[in-house]
Ligand binder design. Structure first.
Ligand SMILES: C[S@@+](CC[C@H](N)C(=O)[O-])C[C@H]1O[C@@H](n2cnc3c(N)ncnc32)[C@H](O)[C@@H]1O
Length: 261
């Protein structure tokens, strides 16, 4: 058994864990506590797969962009501990109310993940739990300015330029690496954008920021974006627009898997 998960290799054929780099997810898992109503959330299958693949029971999953808590609820149902950050306090209060697993801890911190001070608070929490590190980080940042989450200038979706967005994202990565256990994993979930007649490969830019910080790229997973809320029920008009122009419609996003050396 790999030392970073609980997969029983004696029963490998029965494993629900996906091992291909193409994830076609036909439908959002709407079971359990996931309401799915937060615009900008990801499907629960993403953290579910990552947590099973890269953590053991009672490891700590870390998420510096908690949003509506999709990762929190998956950590809860898979009996992992969780620490998460978001700039929006209300979201965190709502998630906390929904957690009823008493055997693991679920710490939700309101703060700016680009700031060292926020991570000083995370380190204090770790000390309180007599832990030194987290074992898996899942980062699902805003896709730059595609969707504005708040009006705050600490919000990455309000970064003044692509350069500034990438600098801020790099700070979040650096802070996250400072609490991540060696030989463990970090995943970035992100899509691209299209602006002023040009495809902006936001995913690859973010991947590059992680590589610049010395992380080892282990996988580039392509995930379908079926049922994207902005495009739902508008497939015909999107197809017409694409045919009338020269571009392709976004149907995928990326999950980059890195190992910390
Ligand atoms: C793409 S959403 C994450 C959605 C989440 N995975 C879910 O399924 O609900 C990005 C989140 O990052 C938060 N955010 C933006 N800038 C931030 C910052 N500097 N520090 C912490 N959180 C931030 C936003 O409030 C938003 O909730």
């Amino acid at each position: 058994m790999p030392k970073f998960n609980d997969i029983n290799l004696d029963k490998w054929k029965d494993s629900e864990v996906w091992t291909d780099s193409l994830w076609i997810i036909p439908k959002r898992d709407s079971s359990g506590k996931h309401s799915g109503s937060y615009h900008g959330n990801f499907v629960p299958q993403i953290p579910h797969q990552l947590i099973l693949r890269y953590t053991k029971k009672n490891d700590i999953v870390f998420d510096p962009f908690v949003g509506s808590g999709t990762t929190t609820y998956e950590a809860e149902s898979l009996k992992r501990n969780f620490i998460g950050i978001d700039i929006q306090k209300k979201l965190l209060v709502d998630i906390k109310k929904n957690i009823d697993n008493k055997k693991n801890f679920f710490d939700l911190l309101k703060g700016d993940s680009t700031k060292k001070e926020t991570f000083e608070e995370v380190k204090k929490l770790l000390r309180r739990h007599k832990k030194k590190n987290v074992q898996l980080a899942i980062l699902h940042p805003p896709y730059f300015d595609i969707l504005k989450f708040t009006k705050s200038n600490t919000d990455l979706s309000n970064a003044s330029s692509l350069k500034s967005f990438l600098e801020k994202f790099s700070l979040v990565l650096k802070n996250t690496i400072s609490i991540l256990e060696k030989d463990r994993y970090l995943a970035i979930v992100i899509g691209d954008k299209y602006t002023a007649g040009e495809w902006v490969p936001l995913g690859f830019y973010c991947m590059n920021e992680a590589q610049k910080l010395g992380l080892t790229l282990k996988s580039v997973i392509i995930k379908n974006m079926e049922g994207n809320r902005a495009k739902r029920n508008k497939e015909a008009i999107w197809k017409y627009r694409a045919l009338a122009s020269d571009y392709y419609i976004f149907k995928h996003e990326y999950i980059f898997i890195f190992k910390v050396n």
